[in-house]
Ligand binder design. Sequence first.
Ligand code: SAM
Ligand code: SF4
Length: 393
Amino acid sequence: MRPGTLQLQSLPPLSLYVHLPWCLKKCPYCDFNSHEWTATAGANEALPEARYLDALRADLTASLPLIWGRPVHSVFIGGGTPSLFSPAAIDRLLGDIRSLVRLDADAEITLEANPGTFEKDRFRAFREAGVTRLSIGVQSFNDQHLKALGRVHDANQAKAAVEEAARSFDTFNLDIMYALPGQSLADCEKDIRTALSFAPPHISIYHLTLEPNTYFAKYPPALPQEDDAWDMLDLITDTTARAGLGRYEVSAYAREGHRCWHNLNYWQFGDYLGIGAGAHSKLSFAHRIGRPVRVRDPRLYMERALAGDAVVSADEVSRKQLPFEFMLNALRLRDGFTLQQFTERTGLPLSSIDQALQQAQDQGWVTLDASWVRPTARGFDFLSDLQSLFLAD
Ligand SMILES: C[S@@+](CC[C@H](N)C(=O)[O-])C[C@H]1O[C@@H](n2cnc3c(N)ncnc32)[C@H](O)[C@@H]1O
Ligand code: SF4
């Protein structure tokens, strides 16, 4: 290993992220590395499941020296639309992973599913393949808003998908977005109440954002005013809390015992190996932290991964960037972090954040209590400003 300037006494827990990059249709707001399958190939050509799985296996094999001997505590199969892959393909993928890495026996294994790919028995088959947690991209239960978002599913399909997830899985998540084109506070309330009627153990609720280089960035729809969006967020936090779901992260709400282990590991600045087209990783070593990135285009990725060379860049996080990178994650958590976690996970001394932490306290954005740093409600509202205090000069 090349030397670096950090001093990590121990390595954090390790997770595995697997990216499956295809979707039935590209949504106009989406800037993820997702590709319309019909645009990538002829409409009648089947998804190259076997070749992509071969590429993932080769990619993981080539990465093993970077995670040698470390147990893997969670797997997240994200996209794109992973539920486009057949249950047999997911079964093979998980078999490959188990044969190559030390996957914990009780590891959390999440798969993202789109209601537009819902078929009876499919979700149960994912469960039988070893998936323990399904994350369903509902977005809204309102047909008009689903249409405005360019989604391929309607409200009835969303409801059927959620019902099946509740039947087949002990734990599952619903992805919901708010501040949608034409959405009123009453519409938002109806969406949240419908979501809660399925008693979901976990909900992720995101403010719709206009991301650069998307169709919506070029042709912006009329969105609710900022004040109205704040009212929606207050309503969401209140209504979910009454239903027993605590807001443990800026966008994540869970019943006791149902927090997402995988995402918590990201937010606690744990390590993750990301395989698949365009996947990002964060890997710690005794004296440095690396961030390898895979080639983004799915076809090129398959070629390169099969040749054992899928990584296009492997920058190191500099000492200067580290405090901000840590805070980008840890300050998203209601419970924040301990000062010991900061030194353990970054390998930096506390003096590197002393000043910024004092400023954050002076602003009333965090509290420091027996070495616990927690964002206040106001800190959550001004999260970007709070995190920016930790930017290098
Ligand atoms: C990586 S996407 C994949 C999930 C799945 N493909 C789907 O869309 O149903 C994860 C979630 O991010 C959220 N998301 C994607 N683009 C967003 C945007 N521009 N603003 C807010 N949330 C967004 C959506 O809720 C989506 O379900
Ligand atoms: S289905 Fe999900 S990943 Fe695919 S384009 Fe839409 S938001 Fe993006």
